[in-house]
Design a protein around this ligand. Structure first.
Ligand code: BDR
Ligand code: CA
Length: 301
């Protein structure tokens, strides 16, 4: 699978990138960065660092630092730590981002690989909407979009209604939902059905001291945050999205036209609508197989 991840790394983003880098059936063609958990500049730095420590040579293109229409947000320091990687100090990668913006890179890589690119946005959708603005052929050129965000039947995680990625840029998501792309939503309905605890990160470290050990190192801060909101562990948000892109058969999805609230108390809420092309919304999963798929990638690399 030819994959591009649009990301705001981020502890669970780092898990997603690690899985993508290690899985033998994934060809990771690029990382694009966006504000969210961190600033876009921090995200670019973290993405470069993660790629370097994973030993992969992959272009990193920096994207939007502010939402499409809403005022800017501050990074989610209380969730992902001051630099986005839990307690870790700011990493110092040696490489640099490429000269293209995220939207330019997305447009080009899709054009160069027509019908082949699976795009996994695991942060706010700002860059993807920008690529749609930039390139009228972008949606035609990509294979599919499998995104982390939203919730249909579960409460939100930043408001009673909204999940963080949709909260951060509902206007961009609404552009994407009306684009006619082949879209799968991996939202809190499924990502909060797989809760990782400290013991799971210990297992990662045991299976793969270098890469699993790093994920354990960055997990402590994240797990502490989840405790403060009454959860027994952290959600498996972004890594699950990559697993869903690779193994849709491990998920049960509802096909429905989808929209997102653009203002008011429910801003960022994803909801069933009509009059649009349907998207697949994952509502159930084989928890053990999804988790095992992630752990196996660590174990064999
Ligand atoms: C999503 O928000 C971010 O904090 C995570 O990285 C994930 O993409 C979960 O709501
Ligand atoms: Ca993310």
């Amino acid at each position: 699978m030819k994959l591009v991840i649009d990301t705001d790394p981020g502890v669970d983003d780092a898990m997603a990138i690690t899985f993508a880098a290690l899985h033998p059936d994934i060809e990771l063609l690029g990382l694009t960065t966006v504000f969210g958990n961190v600033t876009a500049a921090q995200g670019t730095r973290n993405a470069l660092y993660l790629a370097e420590r994973l030993g992969i040579s992959v272009p990193v293109a920096e994207g939007a630092n502010i939402p499409r229409a809403l005022p800017p947000f501050k990074p989610s320091v209380h969730v992902h730590g001051p630099e986005g990687l839990g307690d870790l100090p700011a990493p110092e990668p040696t490489g640099k981002a490429i000269g293209e913006s995220a939207a330019q890179f997305l447009s080009r890589i899709a054009r160069e690989n027509p019908g082949e690119i699976v795009l996994c946005p695991v942060g706010p959708m700002t860059n993807v909407a920008a690529a749609i603005d930039l390139d009228p052929d972008f949606i035609k050129n990509i294979k599919s979009i499998v995104f982390m965000g939203g919730t249909l039947d579960r409460h939100g995680n930043v408001s009673p209604f909204a999940e963080a990625n949709t909260w951060h840029d509902p206007h961009a998501l609404d552009v994407v939902l009306q684009s006619g792309a082949d879209i799968t939503m991996v939202g809190l309905d499924v990502t909060m059905s797989l809760i990782l605890k400290a013991a799971d990160f210990s297992q990662m470290a045991k299976l793969n001291p270098r890469h699993g050990g790093f994920l354990q190192d960055i997990s402590h801060f994240y797990l502490e945050f989840y405790k403060t909101v009454g959860e027994a562990g952290c959600g498996f948000h972004d890594p699950m999205t990559i697993v869903a892109a690779l193994h849709p058969e491990m998920f049960e999805a509802e096909s429905t036209p989808l929209a997102v609230k653009l203002d008011g108390e429910e801003i960022g809420r994803t909801y069933r609508t009509s009059g649009r092309a349907p998207v697949r919304v994952c509502l159930n999963l084989d928890v053990e197989r999804v988790k095992a798929t992630f752990m196996d990638a660590l174990a064999t690399n």
